[in-house]
Each structure stands twice: as C-alpha cells, then as structure tokens.
Ligand binder design. Sequence first.
Ligand SMILES: Cc1ncc(COP(=O)(O)O)c(C=O)c1O
Length: 400
Amino acid sequence: MLISENVKSFIERGSLVRRMFEEAIKLKAMHGADAVFDFSLGNPDVRPPAAFKKAVLDMMNDDSTSLHGYMPNAGFVDVREKVAQYLNKTLCKNLSKPVGPEHLIMTVGAAGGINSFLKAILDPGDNVMVLAPFFMEYVFYAENHAAKVNIAQTDRNFKPDLDSIADKLNDRTRAVIVNSPNNPTGVIYTKEDLDGLGKVLEAKSKQFGRPIFLISDEPYRKIVFGGAVVPSVFESYTYSVLVNSFSKDVSIAGERIGYVCVSPEIPNSEDLMQAAILANRILGFVSAPALMQRVVPYLLEESVDVSIYERRMNILIKALSEIGYDLVKPQGTFYLFPKSPIPDDLAFIKLLTNELILAVPGSGFARPGYFRLSICMDEKKVARSVDGFEKALKKAKSLV
Ligand SMILES: Cc1ncc(COP(=O)(O)O)c(C=O)c1O
C-alpha cells in the first residue's frame, strides 16, 4: 500500500462529506446546477467588503521589496501590533494586562492556527476535548499530533453540559475546543455558559496539577443575527486562547489568513508562544501569507453584509418550522441544524437527496439524528427549496 494506515483511516472517516461532494457533482451534471439545492458545503458566497479589494490593490501598487519576503514566523510585527490594538479595545478591554504583538501569531486561517497551537501543547496520547456536535476536522487536527479526541455531548439546546464535561476531563486533557457561533448549530455561548465552563476548567486544572487550555475557535464571530453578542472568552478563564480567521467574516476562505491570540493573563507565556511559533514554521506553514497579513489591518473592523445571511436564514427557519421540522434557532453563522424526522439521519439525507436537496447528516458532526444545512445560496433559491423539504418530511413520516 502506498499510503499510511493512519491516513487511510482519516480518508475513511472523512467519507461522509466526500460522499455529499461527489453526490452534488453527479446530481448537477444530471439535472443542471440550478435544479440542485446544495446545502452541503460551508463555502461563503457573499462578496467580501469593498475595503478588501481596495487594500489588495493598494498593496499591489506598493513597490517596496519587503512586501513579499520572509518575515518572523509569528508574522509582521506592525500587523500584530494593529491586531493587538483592535483586541485591546474590543475583546480584551476588561483584562488586567493589554495584549501585545508577543501574544499573537498570524496563521494560515483558523485551521493553521489550531494546528500550530495544538502541536505546541500536545504529547502523544494526550487528550483534546470537543463538544458535540462539532466541526469534524478537530479530530484530524488533534490526531496530527498523536493526541486523542474526547467527546462531550452538549444539551438539547446545544449548550455545554458542565457535568458531562467535568466527568470526561482527565489528567491527559490538555485543551478543550469550543466554537461559538457554532458550526453546525449556529448557537452562541453566553457569558454565563463560558463562566461556567471556566470554573470547571479551573477546578480540574487544579485537581490534575496543570492548566487545561480553553481554545475558542471563532471564525464566525461577526456573522450574528438580531444584534446578538459573542462574549469574550478571555473574561471567563485565564488559560484562554482565541483563534480567529477572516475566512467567513469577510468571505476570503481561499486566502488563508487568521490569527491566534493567547490571553495576556497567562503567566509566563513566553515558552508557549515560542513553541507555537516554531510549530507554525515546522508544520510547513512557515508564516501566514505576506500580502494577506498586510491586508488584515484594513479588515479588523469589517465584515460581509450579514443581513444577506440573516434574510436567507429567516426564510428557511420560518418555512421549516411551519412545515413541522424541529429546530433550535441559530443566532449566527450560515448553518441550520434541524432534527431529522426519523432517527436514522443517513436515511433521511437520502430522502432529501431524492428531492435534489443536499445536506450533511448529523453523524458527520458526532450528533446522529440531525442534519446540517449550509445556506450559502441566494434567497430566491432558498425559497424554492422549501417544497422539497416538505415532500421529504411527508415521506419520512409515512415510514414511521
Ligand atoms: C468551526 C470551524 N473552525 C475552523 C474552520 C477553518 O477555518 P479556516 O478557513 O479559517 O481555516 C472552519 C471552516 O469551515 C470551521 O467551520
């Protein structure tokens, strides 16, 4: 065999999403792209803000030779200074110490950031806790560093279940990854949710004699509806790490830019930062893309037109609820995670596919019995899909 057993198992476990991807290609070839309602992929389709294009053009007109070269593996210092200033007036404004460039690493998106940070803290056999339903790539990221993922389920409203988390933390748990606004549920954790989690982590860190990190993965931070607020994780727990990305907030997922910020309140974080910066280099990222780093200061206050996602979301929430689907209303993201009308979510996905609707089964997020819809499609098409959802529900009901 040409590939490792390890990667072979990755491929097998990644097959649910791949199957949906292949199904989409097949159906579009048969029926035409317009007839197929592809709710499977989370690929932002709303235009980046005008500030992005202007910043890129300005950079390209700058002839200085230093623009495209190597830089410190953590990224340009002046860019990290700008990010620190932004954080000090937003997420870090109530902390006892300010964020500085020494707490920041510019990364190849959130994915690159999580990988670099995990490499810095994990030894083989360590555990990383995730709260289901969760973004499945976390399993691959943890296993990249020979660690194991430890899954705690959330409650019926997809909020952290503190008893179950406390029960499952162990002396090998090095980090808990949370993601709010959440993929796949769209749920936002409140300050109370994060404070509760912080208390559990504090107690368990004390019990096990070493700190457990709280990694807050926040690529959807600015995609929120009805003025919803996403609290700062830094205010709930000392050993917090923010992972941010411009992939979704400003629709530049292919440009691969984000950052990691460790809490300035973590004592003696110099070694931790050195380790994460080295990891950024030796994982082969070396550094985040130079041009995109230079654009970041122009994007810190920007976001896509979130009202576009909100309108689509409202159309689908209203229609699906009226038809009889059971769902928790998302407060942000472009995902919806309704309950499957039959326990077998894979079987229900087939009924949806018969109506040319592509969705991802909840099993793909470690929460069987649900399905995820990614609303990266225009409003009119979202409205046209409702008929198919109704037919699939009727068929499902006739089966029970
Ligand atoms: C929850 C979550 N985290 C991380 C990522 C990866 O984001 P990036 O493109 O910034 O690497 C995604 C992408 O879909 C995501 O949904």
